[in-house]
Design a protein around this ligand. Sequence first.
Ligand code: RNT
Ligand code: ZN
Length: 417
Amino acid sequence: MKETLVRQAYEVAKQRYAEYGVDTESVLRQLQDFHLSLHCWQADDVHGFEVQAGAMSGGIQSTGDFPGAARNIDELRQDILKAKSLIPGNHRLNLHEIYGDFQGKVVDRDEVTVEYFQSWIEWARENDTKLDFNSSSFSHPKSGSLSLANPDEGIRGFWVEHTKRCREIANAMGEAQGDPCIMNLWVHDGCKDQSVNHMLYRHLLKESLDEIFAKEQPMMKDCIEGKVFGIGLESFTVGSHDFYTAYAAKNNKIVTIDTGHYHPTEVPGDKVSALLEFIPELMLHVSRPIRWDSDHVTIMDDPTQDLFLEIVRAGALDRVHYGLDFFDGSINRIGAYVIGSRSAQKCMLRALLEPRELISRAELAGEGYKVLALIEEQKAMPWQAVYDEFCLRNDVPVGVDFTKEIDAYEAEVTSKR
Ligand code: RNT
Ligand code: ZN
């Protein structure tokens, strides 16, 4: 019954979009080819599997204690597969270094090697999933306020070594999967209060990056992620947006746009066309800041919609890597993955369904009112019918039917942890 309704609604939607010159079949193909990179860290509140793991630090925080967080690698893998089974399409997995398969051994960050990711590489192959990677500078006794920008040569060297090793690991992942592994570099370095050494810290971060990137790693790509401030590091951020934008432009690196990392009235989507004129590619960390970089689950809010529209309008679909980055510990974590991923996907779908050519023609002809009329009309077009059809074709639950499966998984699996 529901399936019939979905099919009928899709047929109507297809014709409605055709009126605007939009071919929904070709949009569905594009959406099939749109791969998110699911962040592993929503499953366990950014805890990871280090034997020696301590408290979370480094300017980030996960709040909430909803039962059922993954406690080990098997549980995390099981949760990721459950989430993936409820998200249409095929998606990548984004690992942090602290999620290695350490097999009960204390492996410090400057000792990590690909050996600890071998089982991930195999798991990824078996589950038709490509891997992305991140160095981890937070939640460690040497994290402090400064890692790659630390004036203490011992500490700075430790993090340089860690990050170099992470690039090796990412490169090995890329080789194994025959597709570059996207490695993000984010460090929390900053100051809680007044400081007179900003120039020194930025110089040290630049030196560290130069050392880290000196070696060519052909099967991975480097991304650098700035932010406004971290918790406990409110006054100054070494890796600010200006710093990384300049570094990326000069050194041909990828900039990561984390939608939670800007001033409240700044529009992340506006950065797409500005950056892509000068840098090769972008990485996204799609998130949702509420008051601060609080990493709420992504929803279809205006900034997210605007970001995807700007990517499609820029013709930059294949110059962007689509990572997610939120970690809400207050709700069912599988639900968080599914809602966040589906919302990002729906924003992309709506962007793909926009009759760009038509609107652009009106705009270039100076028909301002028509531009507004067309853009406004798109908001109420039957895009949801297209998304439902997409779910059906991908054999995943339509609409909120996925909640039944999440509830069952909670009852059988996560609530028993
Ligand atoms: C923190 C950054 C960073 C982290 C993850 C865990 O502000 O957004 O990307 O969230 O690497
Ligand atoms: Zn991020």
